[in-house]
Design a protein around this ligand. Sequence first.
Ligand code: AMP
Ligand code: FE
Ligand code: FE
Ligand code: ZN
Length: 290
Amino acid sequence: MKIDLHSHSTHSDGKESVQQIFQYAAEAGLDVLALTDHDTTAGWAEARIEAAKHGITFVPGIELTTNHHGVSVHMLAYLPDSNYEPLQTIMEEVRTARETRIERYVENLRDDYKTLTMEAVRATLSEEGKSLGRPHIADAMVNLKLVADRDEAFNGPLDKGARFYVQSAGIPTVQAVKLVHAAGGVSVMAHPLARGKKGEEVVITQLHREHFVEVIEAGLGGFEVNHREVGDVARKWLTDLATEFNLVLTGSSDYHGMTGKKNRLGENTTSLEMLKRIESQGSGSAIQWA
Ligand code: AMP
Ligand code: FE
Ligand code: FE
Ligand code: ZN
């Protein structure tokens, strides 16, 4: 069984529609796909229809933007109840904060890139109310011929180290984990301890351990260890931590579309055993088995 639990559509910063993604998922021979757009469940309804068309099992998910001790942490939430009011309210707030952040980012970039405007960024959106992110600035810069592609933007003006950088907007990680749990969902930390641009690994310290334990104690369900941005040292350390606390381990592509990012559907996968463990812990919404 080929199980990929992390993908993005045009409802957030993916380049392809939900319909297109499931078409490609079928071509890639995927049996199971989770749609995990940033801070929105807007793509779920369409995903259920498209998955059924292709005989693919659909796992409803979200990738929540959070912060833990000043570090940006992406939290995957599987099987939450999308009708749970507090979850929708928080996501709406985060989407608004994302917009404010992008406005500030564009202001900064306009020092050097005079033709870049917020209108040009908005023009890259194809869905109503979608969640804005740095990739949309990159798309606007491509359209304005300021860079060749998203990668060039992320390696240049949108790099964290560049002087234009604005901190990402998110809720505290512990709050997110508790919220997901209250919504009947299962939290899986996305690409933990992701490598830097040059492939360098994070040096793991006692402090890191304490910070991870705080999130685990809040109710974290697992780690996404098989991901192209998680290096060997981190993978081993996270796997040991997962064994110690009986957590789930997943693997996923984090697909953003053919031209969105290099990640390809099914390049990393999750075992059926792990998916079953997620299913047994999640009660807010159901896996749509094919
Ligand atoms: P943030 O750090 O919150 O601004 O999130 C950055 C977003 O940009 C994430 O959703 C990443 O998937 C995406 N991203 C990071 N690097 C690249 C890249 N080189 N090309 C396209 N998207 C990227
Ligand atoms: Fe993304
Ligand atoms: Fe992420
Ligand atoms: Zn992602």
